[in-house]
Design a protein around this ligand. Structure first.
Ligand code: HEM
Length: 177
């Protein structure tokens, strides 16, 4: 049955949503806000523990010194993330995550493992990468970026390899396909 133009207009008016509808709520989209101090996005609660770092730390202070101490490690972790954000092979993975937080927690993980005086406050490796769909090729790209960051910082090759040796066994909890 055909509707008159007036009836159709009335129907449209009835269905028109209220002015100022909260579309985020209607679509179930929850906007996360960055912490005004740290610039980080909130994460779901989890138990904090150094055990989440995925390995036990080295002993002694020589290795930390080879990385330039806490500051050097912090720069290397940040540089690894920056290289990865700019790396067309894996940039998309990083674009949809909080790299402000990642720079901090990755630095804590390296600093903890190298016995440079940090605690690791991030999530365990399986939960942190759950559902990210990381491939072996993605892992290779990230390791290359970490190696480039360590090389740029002048970390001796043997010391570079000691960090990699701690991280390598974690790939089974990160690579999903
Ligand atoms: C053995 C290798 C790896 C280690 C040791 C590692 C370490 C970490 C650490 C410590 C975090 C922080 C967790 C937190 O803040 O709670 C993290 C998160 C993350 N990792 Fe990895 N990662 C590895 C491999 C990879 C690879 C291959 C990719 C992608 C190419 C990747 C992408 C990410 C991203 C995007 C996050 C942020 C997750 C979020 O906050 O939502 N990781 N990783």
């Amino acid at each position: 049955m055909l509707m008159s133009a007036t009836a159709a207009a009335l129907l449209l008016l009835q269905q028109a949503p209220a002015e100022g509808t909260d579309w985020d709520a209607e679509f179930g989209v929850e906007a996360k806000e960055r912490d005004p101090v740290t610039g980080e996005l909130p994460v779901d609660p989890y138990d904090q523990s150094n055990a989440n770092a995925g390995a036990v730390p080295y002993a002694g202070t020589a290795l930390a010194a080879a990385f330039g101490g806490r500051d050097g490690i912090q720069r290397i972790a940040a540089r690894t993330v920056e290289l990865s954000e700019a790396d067309p092979r894996i940039a998309a993975i990083f674009a949809s995550h909080d790299t402000v937080r990642l720079k901090r927690t990755l630095s804590e993980q390296f600093c903890y493992l190298l016995a440079a005086g940090c605690d690791y406050t991030g999530r365990d490796m399986r939960s942190a990468h759950d559902g990210m769909g990381v491939t072996k090729a993605d892992m290779n790209a990230l390791v290359e970026n970490l190696q480039a960051a360590m090389r740029e910082a002048g970390v001796p090759f043997a010391a570079q390899n000691r960090l990699l040796a701690k991280l390598a066994p974690m790939s089974k909890n990160v690579v999903e396909r």
